[in-house]
Design a protein around this ligand. Structure first.
Ligand code: ADP
Ligand code: TRP
Length: 322
């Protein structure tokens, strides 16, 4: 049986783009596979960017609650918090002693981040070693990630091979499984929806706030009677990813014919989102009120993960002579 493992950064409450583009497909995959699966919240990686105890805790919590609200089954998937398995930092150190500094310097993600962030700390630089440890600590075979993480996976494979060659067979060499991000969700201004672009739709807010976000979607200035091009409308693009095929076809016809205003289309979109995600929102709000339940699930997951981590770490310690 193969082991599938992936990590998610907890940089904020997941938005509609994260949910449709990453969370729903990952939950479907985890729940339908007969393989063993591990999913963790990479809150130690988030520390490279977030230096506020409350925010870091809150983000970890809201990320965990979102995954659970979208049906992640913690009985089937080992669901845990990275910081609850501190063995990962010990392994990261060993790995960094086997990986050339010059190779680490070539990481694109470090380059991108160091060009854009004020706080360029050395954690950001050694990020790929912690990520390699996340993976190798569990003998993972398959790691589903987005394209932007491919280089980190190559580094993981590289450091594992270097270690194996020098110290004897120790690590499983993992394979990346790239999600094809065909479903790129656009935000309220028509660009890719992203936290950093202030164009998100956050479904875990009260109805009034959700309505405000939707009313903010940028549209052209056309009158109700004017025919409209669905392809270039931000409201329509969002409706397309949440509504059924028939509903989308119907709105498309109305757009092309004229007679439907952007205000009406926004109402339609709002009702669709409220409808489609009503169960998930209810679950999320319940979890937010009962934090102990999320805490309890995460600690149980972490206990299970830690048993596995300690086994692998013991193997590594003996290889290096400790
Ligand atoms: P953000 O751009 O808001 O910071 P992240 O980079 O943290 O989002 O992405 C987390 C996950 O969500 C990744 O798997 C990414 O591919 C997916 N994702 C992010 N934004 C979108 C989007 N607009 N459409 C589809 N998937 C997205
Ligand atoms: N770096 C990944 C991201 O930003 C998150 C991550 C951390 C991860 N550790 C991991 C993903 C291990 C897969 C496996 O998306």
């Amino acid at each position: 049986m193969a082991k599938i493992l992936t990590g998610i950064q907890s940089t904020g409450t997941p938005h509609l783009g994260n949910i449709l583009g990453a969370i729903i497909p990952a939950v479907e995959m985890a729940n339908s596979t007969s393989d063993e699966s591990y999913l963790f919240i990479a809150n130690m990686h988030s520390l490279t960017q977030i230096k506020n105890e409350k925010i870091l805790k809150e983000n970890t919590f809201s990320t965990a609650a979102t995954w659970l609200a979208f049906g992640l089954d913690p009985q089937k998937t080992c669901f845990y918090r990275q910081s609850d398995v501190p063995e990962v930092t010990e392994l990261a150190w060993y790995l960094s002693c086997f990986f050339p500094y010059q190779r680490l310097k070539l990481a694109h993600s470090f380059k991108d981040k160091s060009d854009n962030l004020k706080d360029v700390n050395s954690g950001l630089f050694s990020y790929p070693m912690l990520m390699s440890a996340d993976i190798l600590l569990y003998d993972a075979d398959i790691v589903p990630v987005g394209k932007d993480q491919l280089q980190h996976l190559e580094m993981t494979r590289d450091v594992a091979s270097r270690f194996n060659n020098l110290m004897g067979e120790t690590f499983i060499i993992p394979e990346a499984k790239i999600h094809d991000n065909t479903k790129l969700i656009t935000g309220t201004n028509g660009e890719k929806m992203s936290k950093s672009k202030s164009n998100i739709i956050d479904i875990f807010v009260d109805d009034k706030t959700l309505r405000k976000q939707i009313m903010k979607i940028e549209t052209r200035s056309l009158s109700v009677e004017d025919p409209k091009n669905p392809e270039e409308c931000n409201v329509f693009r969002l409706y397309e990813v949440v509504a059924s095929k028939n509903e989308v076809e119907l709105l498309k016809k109305q757009y092309l014919k004229g007679g439907v205003g952007y205000g009406e289309a926004k109402e339609l979109l709002l009702n669709k989102i409220l409808n489609r995600f009503s169960e998930n929102r209810e679950k999320y709000f319940k979890l937010i009120e009962d934090r102990s339940k999320v805490e309890d699930l995460l600690s149980r997951g972490s206990k299970k993960a830690r048993v596995q981590a300690q086994k692998v770490l013991k193997r590594v310690r003996s290889r290096v002579g400790f």
